[in-house]
Design a protein around this ligand. Sequence first.
Ligand SMILES: [Fe+2]
Length: 187
Amino acid sequence: MNDDNYSLDDYVGDLRDIAANTREDREIISKVRPLARRLALSKTWLKPEHYKCNQEQGFGVHLLHEEADHTLAVFAVSWLPGRGAPPHNHGTWAVVSGVDGPEENSFWDRLDDGSREGYAELSKRAAKAFVEGEVVALEPDHIHSVMNHSDRVTVSLHTYGMHVNHTGRSQYDVEKNLEIPFKVIQQ
Ligand SMILES: [Fe+2]
């Protein structure tokens, strides 16, 4: 923990202000970015239980906050060594900040026009390891995947315009060119 005591409550208050006064996703993202970094670094909210992962899923999803209408969802997500999440979108804006340990994010381009139901062609554009305080920001249709290449559980702080199990978002099977619904299992 550093000496900044910026709390989850402070963050939620700031998110509410931003959501009430900002229309464009890009503008929301640019305002949330530095605050997500600040909360990730303050670690005021981080508990040992946030390191618990779902063995089957490969990662643990710990809800820290959501509004009654499922907007402004904040999660601690923990990742088992050698595990990750397949390429996926979010169906809402997303701001992810590293908290503990490096997580590799890969960014994908969609090559087809989305007109064939359940079909998708993806191509990897770039990959980068994100560490403590580094932020990944994604618009609703942006596609990324995540991998923990380290030998211990990593944690990151995820903020979404809406809880991702309520956005109808997708995961992608790159080998088989499939687009599949994607819901996460919450701890
Ligand atoms: Fe994601």
